[in-house]
Design a protein around this ligand. Sequence first.
Ligand code: HEC
Length: 152
Amino acid sequence: MKKYRIGWAVVVATALLIIVVILFLVEAFSFDQGAVGIEPLSASAYRQRVDALLANANPADAEAAIQKYGCPACHRQGAANGIAPSWVGVAERAATRRPPMPADAYLYESIIHPEAFLVDGYPNSMVPNFGTRISDQELGDIIAYLLTADAQ
Ligand code: HEC
C-alpha cells in the first residue's frame, strides 16, 4: 500500500511539472512573437541589450551625440514640415507604439532598426545605419534623454 501512495505522488508531481513547463514555453513564445514581429532579435534579447545600454547612460550627455549625428535636422527643424515626428512627448508615445514593447525598447529599435516600424504618416527615410555608427555610450545617453519629459 505504501509503495502505491509514493507512486501516485511522483506521477502527480511529474504531471504538474510538465504543465508548468508547457505554460512557461507558451508564454515565452507568444511574448516574443508579439513584441518584435519581423525583427530577428527576441524580446528578451532586446531587454538585455537595452538594460545594458541604460545602465551607464546619462541623459545630460545626449545633446552632443544628437548634434553629432544630425538628428535635429529631421526631428527638430524638420518636424514642423512633417519630415520626422517631433520628440516633444516622445516618451509617452513610445510606450504605446508597439504593445507590449516598453518605451525604452521601442526607442532602441526606432534608432537601430528604423524600418521595423514606421510612425503613421512618415516614410522610411530615417538614416538606416546608425546601428553601426553610434557607440553604445552615445546610444544609451540618447535613449535615456528621449525617455525624459525634457525631450524636444
Ligand atoms: C533624415 C531624417 C532623419 C534623421 C537624420 C533622423 N531621423 Fe529619426 N525618424 C525619421 C523619420 C522620417 C521617422 C518616422 C518614420 C519611422 O518610424 O522610422 C523617424 C523616427 C524616429 C523615432 C521614433 C519616433 C516616434 O515618435 O515613434 C525615433 C526615436 C528616432 N527617429 C530617433 C532618431 C535619432 C536618435 C536620430 C539621430 C541619431 C534620428 N532619429 C535621426 C527621420 C530621421
